[in-house]
Design a protein around this ligand. Structure first.
Ligand code: HEC
Length: 205
């Protein structure tokens, strides 16, 4: 146990050394690209874009997810513009359907049978309902999310944008860009927003 802690401390020390950062920045992006591509030699039709980085991902990789202010602002502007809001202006759907989206971690694999409905796997990274005991902690707890924000419609709209494209709120976020990458449909995103913003949702109980 003690030695594990020491290793952890060492790793922390190493990763925060500027010399280490400089060294890793010297890696040729073209070489990384080549390795990533060679790891997926048989990408199915229409999936190629998933191994190609967009401009934001490229910049986030370049700066190890800590872009300087000017780049940060550029990403924010670009990713905000990439959010597609519902044509009917309503960002809140059905919380019961949203719960299914939050619990479902399936989809997005090329071995999936046709017609597989993709989920958002929100519980993989977030606490949401107080009665669900199994959840990940990579993201912050979303308990009482809507209630804490007084069910403010402007906050609900921002949350739609967050789920649609996490980078439109926080550049280089670790959270998937569900709408932007077409993992979730517009309706599923609305339902996920409802899970967070409906007063009847277990998230707010
Ligand atoms: C792979 C992990 C991961 C998954 C899956 C994930 N998130 Fe996140 N989420 C994060 C992380 C990390 C943050 C904190 C950084 C940030 O704000 O981008 C976050 C932040 C958020 C926030 C902003 C919280 C705040 O501080 O106001 C909301 C809202 C949110 N997530 C909702 C969701 C919903 C809804 C889903 C499912 C559709 C989901 N997340 C799926 C990792 C994830």
């Amino acid at each position: 146990m003690k030695s594990k802690l020491c290793i952890a401390a060492l790793l922390v020390a190493f990763t925060s050394l500027p010399a280490f950062a400089q060294q890793s920045a010297k890696i040729d992006p073209a070489v990384v690209e080549r390795y990533v591509k060679s790891a997926f030699p048989k990408v199915p039709e229409g999936w190629q874009s998933r191994v190609d980085q967009d401009e934001t991902q490229r910049v986030c990789t370049q700066y190890h997810n800590e872009p300087p202010k000017a780049e940060f602002d550029k990403i924010l502007a670009r990713e905000k513009a990439a959010v597609v809001y519902p044509a009917d202006g309503k960002v809140i759907g059905n919380w019961k359907e949203g719960q299914k989206v939050a619990q479902n971690g399936r989809g997005g694999q090329f071995s999936d049978p046709p017609g597989t409905v993709s989920g958002g796997n929100c519980y993989g990274c977030h606490q949401l309902s107080g009665t669900e005991v199994s959840f990940g902690t990579l993201g912050p707890s979303l308990r009482s999310y809507g209630k804490d924000r007084k069910f403010d419609p402007a906050e609900a709209k921002l949350t739609y944008a967050k789920i649609y494209n996490s980078n439109s709120v926080l550049p280089c976020s670790n959270m998937p860009r569900f709408g932007y990458h077409k993992v979730l449909t517009e309706q599923q995103i609305k339902d996920a927003v409802a899970y967070l913003f409906d007063p009847e949702s277990p998230v707010n109980k």
